[in-house]
Design a binder for this molecule. Structure first.
Ligand code: SF4
Length: 312
């Protein structure tokens, strides 16, 4: 089945588009062609005039032309005073365009953490909201009960940015008529059903609590350097970036960019601790058990790990 797609950029950096443009196998044009997706508008791919663009928007918002997939990249800016005039398209608040298009679309996809949960915009004075969540709270701009014409709520492709293969993978599923199962925050489980920790090459160091206090070494970054890998769901160590790497593979902690509260209001490069134990423990783990287990694991750590002799 072929579908059409409209991509609207609102308050964001355009990073999800940059990610999408990095798709290699297939490339973005090949992928869209093989999926039979007709891109009605994408700010980096389309060259229609402002007048043509306005006519297209009119046809879509009046229902004269059907809309299959609406992708929104960036947070919804409602300020000042609920007018949306901080972020406009030819004089029209983008928030009004988003609202009108979302109610006509068969599927609505929030691409990236800003569109999904509000992201960085929620910390600024622009009255920002995600499409159907603001941080952890369901509701967001479109409301708790919103569902697109297909009956599917906003699908959140969280990440700063979302991985190109996740975006194309979701589009492929929608074209096939198989909307994937979502988690509690509307992230599709095929990509957000794993922790970033799963697949990290530093896992063995984590098990034995061989931890780094300085950057540039091979050990785990959970206890001191702020890694969110065991706390956050996302495909970063499953679908590698540029097909070869991830933050933790190059020694940078996972910042938890797929989590609704990203960006968190504490420093990225240090772990928030209570008496030397991370404040947030891996999902489902009891504090007392964790302290006892980590103490024993550290005592049992093999010399090769303490000497950082395992290749990563
Ligand atoms: S560096 Fe982060 S993701 Fe990797 S093993 Fe340690 S806690 Fe897990």
């Amino acid at each position: 089945m072929s579908m059409n797609l409209y991509w609207l950029q609102s308050g964001g950096c355009g990073g999800d588009t940059m990610s999408l443009l990095n798709a290699e196998d297939p490339s973005l044009p090949e992928g869209m062609e093989s999926l039979g997706i007709d891109v009605l508008w994408h700010p980096s791919l389309s060259n229609s005039s402002a007048a043509e663009q306005t006519m297209l928007l009119d046809r879509l918002t009046t229902g004269e032309q059907e809309l299959d997939i609406l992708c929104v990249e960036g947070t919804v800016i409602r300020g000042p005073g609920g007018s949306g005039m901080y972020d406009t398209f030819h004089g029209r608040p983008k928030k009004d365009l988003i609202s009108a298009l979302a109610r006509k679309a068969n599927y609505v996809v929030a691409v990236g953490t800003c569109a999904s949960f509000g992201g960085i915009g929620t910390g600024a004075k622009v009255e920002a909201a995600g499409l159907q969540f603001t941080k952890w709270t369901k509701g967001g701009f479109l409301g708790e009960q919103f569902a697109a014409r297909s009956g599917v709520p906003v699908v959140n492709l969280a990440g700063c940015p979302a991985h190109c293969e996740v975006i194309l993978g979701l589009l492929s599923a929608l074209v096939a008529g198989r909307a994937p199962e979502l988690d509690d925050y509307h992230r599709p489980l095929p990509w957000y059903g794993v922790l970033v920790h799963q697949g990290c090459t530093r896992n063995e160091y984590h098990e034995y609590r061989v931890e780094e206090k300085e950057f540039g070494e091979k050990g785990c970054l959970f206890f001191y350097k702020g890694c969110h890998g065991p706390l956050v769901y996302g495909p970063c160590n499953k679908l590698l970036w540029n097909r070869r790497s991830s933050k933790t593979r190059i020694g940078v902690p996972c910042f938890g960019c797929t989590r609704p509260d990203f960006p968190q209001d504490y420093p990225f490069f240090e772990t928030q601790s209570i008496e030397g134990i991370p404040r947030e423990l891996p999902n489902g783990v009891k504090r007392a058990h964790y302290m006892a287990y980590k103490g024993m694991a550290a005592a049992a750590a093999p010399e090769r790990l303490k000497e950082r002799k395992t290749e990563i």
